[in-house]
Ligand binder design. Sequence first.
Ligand SMILES: *[C@@H]1O[C@H](CO)[C@@H](O)[C@H](O)[C@H]1NC(C)=O
Ligand SMILES: *[C@@H]1O[C@H](CO)[C@@H](O)[C@H](O)[C@H]1NC(C)=O
Ligand SMILES: *[C@@H]1O[C@H](CO)[C@@H](O)[C@H](O)[C@H]1NC(C)=O
Ligand SMILES: *[C@@H]1O[C@H](CO)[C@@H](O)[C@H](O)[C@H]1NC(C)=O
Ligand SMILES: *[C@@H]1O[C@H](CO)[C@@H](O)[C@H](O)[C@H]1NC(C)=O
Ligand SMILES: *[C@@H]1O[C@H](CO)[C@@H](O)[C@H](O)[C@H]1NC(C)=O
Ligand SMILES: *[C@@H]1O[C@H](CO)[C@@H](O)[C@H](O)[C@H]1NC(C)=O
Ligand SMILES: *[C@@H]1O[C@H](CO)[C@@H](O)[C@H](O)[C@H]1NC(C)=O
Length: 217
Amino acid sequence: MISISISISISLAILLLLNPTASEQDHVKLSLINFLQKLSRNDTGITEKLSWNTSTDPCSGNWTGISCNNKNKSIRGITLEGLLLNGSIDATLACTAPSLAVLSLRDNLLHGQLPLEISSCSQLTHLFLSGNRLSGELPLEISELNNLKRLDISNNNFSGDIPSGLTTISGLFNISNNLFSGRIPPDAAQFGNESFSGNSGLCGLPLAVACAPAASP
Ligand SMILES: *[C@@H]1O[C@H](CO)[C@@H](O)[C@H](O)[C@H]1NC(C)=O
Ligand SMILES: *[C@@H]1O[C@H](CO)[C@@H](O)[C@H](O)[C@H]1NC(C)=O
Ligand SMILES: *[C@@H]1O[C@H](CO)[C@@H](O)[C@H](O)[C@H]1NC(C)=O
Ligand SMILES: *[C@@H]1O[C@H](CO)[C@@H](O)[C@H](O)[C@H]1NC(C)=O
Ligand SMILES: *[C@@H]1O[C@H](CO)[C@@H](O)[C@H](O)[C@H]1NC(C)=O
Ligand SMILES: *[C@@H]1O[C@H](CO)[C@@H](O)[C@H](O)[C@H]1NC(C)=O
Ligand SMILES: *[C@@H]1O[C@H](CO)[C@@H](O)[C@H](O)[C@H]1NC(C)=O
Ligand SMILES: *[C@@H]1O[C@H](CO)[C@@H](O)[C@H](O)[C@H]1NC(C)=O
């Protein structure tokens, strides 16, 4: 584990020494490799297995799970599904890819929270995290993702209130099978009840469970 992070630090140092004007792409590559290492809990073999290597380009070098915009060769998506990843999400590292639109980490063993830094992925349109062991409250900052169209965080252990202001989601919105509680905010009520099922603490439309009237002072 330590040797990997040392070797990354050394590669970074070498990059900076040899090329004082190292392009942002080098910085992005290192950040994404670090992101993958945190996702995998420092699994030393994972970067090689997926061919994520600073000596190749993520878009033309066949980095497994990376998809790119054809025209400008910028990273468009990170899709790492069903890989038994059992670490955690460092959103700051993922969001260094400035054009990132799709982040899918479905069906792994990820734990910890969804960090509020996810809001710095300003181009994000699709966020798929279903089928992990994520927990804690959703960061309110998630509603700052003004381009978000699809959100699927079903089958995790998220808890607390559903943030309001998730108004740009036009398609899939799925928070089923978590530990959410409280009143469903009015701007989320447009989604079908299947989006909310399996959260025994939720109340209000579109569920058939009415919320208890607020206690009078
Ligand atoms: C992964 O490695 C880093 C750097 O060596 C260390 O700080 C971190 O605690 C490790 N994480 C895990 C989950 O082992
Ligand atoms: C990256 O690729 C180069 C050339 O194929 C190889 O020599 C090197 O060991 C690789 N680095 C890692 C960390 O896999
Ligand atoms: C990427 O994969 C394609 C098809 O498998 C192959 O033709 C190409 O040589 C690979 N590129 C690199 C840089 O490994
Ligand atoms: C690359 O092109 C895509 C789609 O055309 C666009 O969304 C993105 O902002 C562009 N990225 C850069 C760095 O120019
Ligand atoms: C996480 O996965 C790695 C590699 O797949 C494994 O060695 C490690 O035991 C797992 N850790 C936990 C806590 O499940
Ligand atoms: C959620 O938490 C409960 C209680 O700690 C645990 O039994 C369950 O396995 C967790 N589910 C997931 C998907 O992590
Ligand atoms: C939400 O996710 C659950 C579990 O993955 C699935 O059974 C359900 O059909 C999904 N609901 C919608 C509206 O997509
Ligand atoms: C969801 O809505 C359908 C159709 O209105 C209804 O039959 C079903 O009982 C509802 N399920 C829940 C969990 O509220």
